[in-house]
Structures are given as structure tokens and as C-alpha cells.
Design a protein around this ligand. Structure first.
Ligand code: DAH
Length: 338
């Protein structure tokens, strides 16, 4: 009987090695565990005839064999099943390769690049200028005297060191560029600016501006108007109208605020433009003679214009983004749309 048990064990090992698919493994299972003709039930049946003294050792050997056969058979069945899943997928050699995920340009970057391209084509140079500034470049040279009330228009972050501050606008670049280069000059400057504002739907303490300015002989407000009209139409649409309203900035005289037709209703009047048909888009003016004098340019020989433009607002208008926070949260679900 012990010999038969051992032989059943070796038979099983051979049968198992030969069975490599689910159907063959089923057959093996039936051959060893089938109720009618299975080898293991048959051996258990014969246990009755084993003499009493041997019953215990023969029974032990038989139990062990049954457990071993069952666990190795289960193991191989599971293994074959998982292999089959992989093998079942036919190899499709026409399947396009998986591309690495591409990055996306931030909406502000898109607007900045478009603007830079428009002005580079008009012969402007790019000059970023520093974000950490002195009072001179951010205020004083731009004709904000120390107690000038217009300083209140821009609540400033002051740094603890050397009376430095974070620039409140990109207009500092006017002074920096005019100091460094002789006229004629045409400069566009895009960058970050800082103001002590609460975060709201439309305001953030960090935001982006573009500053453009031009100094040459015989420059008048018609040049300013033509330049602004050109870039607004290219950035937002050729069908939009533009208008200038008198305004005040210390560094320009005269100064003008510029509106364009509301991009949402194209000037017809809607909620966004409070049914005026217009949206305010930038500040501008003729560079104040005192500003030119401050950088050693003779206002009797040279004149120029300047304008300042909010890039965040432009991106919000262009891409219909209602909340400025969206631009700073870096949510991939948003950024991947651009
Ligand atoms: N610096 C102004 C601001 O931040 C914007 C501005 C207005 C810039 C008129 C200009 C300009 O160059 O001419 O509010």
C-alpha cells in the first residue's frame, strides 16, 4: 500500500508536468480527485483493508499525498490562468506608441508671448528689469514726489534691507532702459509686480504687467493711438473698437485710460461690461517731460509715449477665466486645457 501511495505521487508529478493549459489541468484534477475513479478516493477506500497496526502510518502518508497534490495542482492552475490572460491579448503592431505627456503653456505665458511677438515685429526690444527696486526707479524718477498722493494708488511691499521695495508696476523699466540706452528707443517689458492687496476674484498681491514705451523725435499722441489700436486688435480681434479717456498718471502728460469693445458682447452690451459695451484695458500717455529730464533726455528734442497693460486680466478676458486665483493655483486640470 505504501508503495502504491509513493507511485501515485510520482505519477502525479509526471501528469502535472505535462498539463499546461486549463483543460489538461482539469483532467489531472479528475484523475486524482474524481469521486468515481479518482486515484486519491480509491486509495482512501483501500485504507479499510490495511491491518490495524499499519493504519496510522499508511493514513498519514495518504493524507500528506492528498494535501501535496491539492496544493501543487491549485498553484499551477492559478499560474496558468494568469499567463493565459497576458497571452490572450494579441500583439497589435499598428498600435501607436505611447507618447510622453506634453507640458502646456500657462495662459499668462501665452498672452505674454503673443504680445512680445506683436511688438518685436514693430521693432521693439525686450527688457525685463528687476522686481526688487529702489524708490527712485519705482516712484521718484517717474515723477511721484515723496508725498505725492498718487503713491497711495499703489500700496507697496517694502523690504527690510537698504530701503528696497518690490516694484508696484513695470514702469520702473522706463527709467532703467532710458538710463542705459540713448534715444531713439522702443521697449516692451513684461514681468511680475507686487501690491499689498487682498486676494479676491480680480486681485492678487502678485500679478503681471506689460510696459511699452517709445522715445523718438516728433512723437505725438497719434503714434500712441495707432500702436495701441494695432496691438489690441491683434491680441483680441480685428473687429474691436478702441477709445481713449483722459486720465491721470504722474509720469505721463497727457494721460489716457484705454477701453476696447467688450470681447464678450463685441460692444453690444452685456453683464460683464455692465451694459456699456466697453472694457477698460490699459493706462497710457505721453511721457512727462520731467521723466525725460530725470534720465538726462532733453524733452525739447525728444518725446515719447508709454502704456501699461495687465497680463493677468488680458489672459482672463482672452480665455474667459472669471477668477484670477485660477491663474496661480497650478491645477493641472486647468493648465492642460491650454
Ligand atoms: N504703471 C501704471 C499702473 O501700474 C500703468 C501705466 C499707466 C503705465 C500709464 C504706463 C502709462 O506706462 O503710461 O497702474
Amino acid at each position: 500500500m505504501l508503495d502504491d501511495i509513493a507511485k501515485t505521487g510520482t505519477d502525479f508529478d509526471r501528469d502535472l508536468a505535462a498539463a499546461n493549459d486549463p483543460a489538461a489541468l482539469d483532467q489531472v484534477r479528475v484523475r486524482y480527485f474524481g469521486r468515481k475513479a479518482g486515484a486519491i478516493p480509491a486509495l482512501f477506500e483501500r485504507l479499510k483493508e490495511v491491518p490495524k497496526e499499519e493504519k496510522r502510518s499508511v493514513g498519514d502518508a495518504l493524507n500528506k499525498l492528498r494535501d501535496r497534490i491539492k496544493s501543487t495542482l491549485d498553484e499551477k492552475t492559478a499560474q496558468v490562468a494568469s499567463q493565459k490572460q497576458v497571452g490572450q491579448r494579441p500583439l497589435d503592431v499598428t498600435l501607436p506608441a505611447r507618447l510622453p505627456p506634453l507640458g502646456h503653456l500657462h495662459p499668462i505665458t501665452i498672452v505674454r508671448r503673443e504680445l512680445e511677438e506683436i511688438f518685436l515685429e514693430m521693432g521693439y526690444s525686450l527688457d525685463p528689469g528687476p522686481e526688487v527696486e529702489t524708490d527712485w526707479y519705482n516712484f521718484e524718477a517717474l515723477n511721484f514726489t515723496p508725498d505725492h498722493p498718487a503713491r497711495d494708488m499703489q500700496d507697496t511691499f517694502f523690504l527690510d534691507v537698504d530701503q528696497l521695495l518690490l516694484r508696484t508696476h513695470t514702469s520702473n523699466v522706463q527709467i532703467r532702459s532710458m538710463e542705459r540706452w540713448k534715444p531713439p528707443l522702443r521697449v516692451l517689458s513684461c514681468g511680475r509686480v507686487y501690491r499689498r492687496d487682498e486676494i479676491t476674484m480680480r486681485k492678487s498681491p502678485v500679478f503681471h504687467q506689460a510696459e511699452g514705451f517709445l522715445v523718438d523725435r516728433g512723437i505725438h499722441i497719434g503714434h500712441l493711438r495707432a500702436t495701441l489700436e494695432q496691438f489690441i486688435k491683434r491680441l483680441f480681434g480685428a473687429d474691436l473698437a478702441m477709445r481713449m479717456r483722459p486720465s491721470y498718471f504722474p509720469f505721463t502728460e497727457p494721460s489716457a485710460e484705454v477701453d476696447m469693445s467688450c470681447v464678450f458682447c463685441r460692444g453690444k452690451g452685456c453683464n460683464t461690461c455692465s451694459f456699456t459695451g466697453w472694457m477698460e484695458i490699459l493706462g497710457s500717455g505721453m511721457i512727462h517731460p520731467q521723466v525725460l529730464r530725470n534720465v538726462g533726455i532733453d524733452p525739447d528734442e525728444w518725446s515719447g509715449f508709454a502704456f501699461g497693460f495687465g497680463l493677468d486680466r488680458a489672459a482672463m478676458i482672452k480665455f474667459d477665466i472669471p477668477n484670477i486665483r485660477t491663474l496661480f493655483e497650478n491645477d493641472l486640470r486647468v493648465l492642460q486645457q491650454f
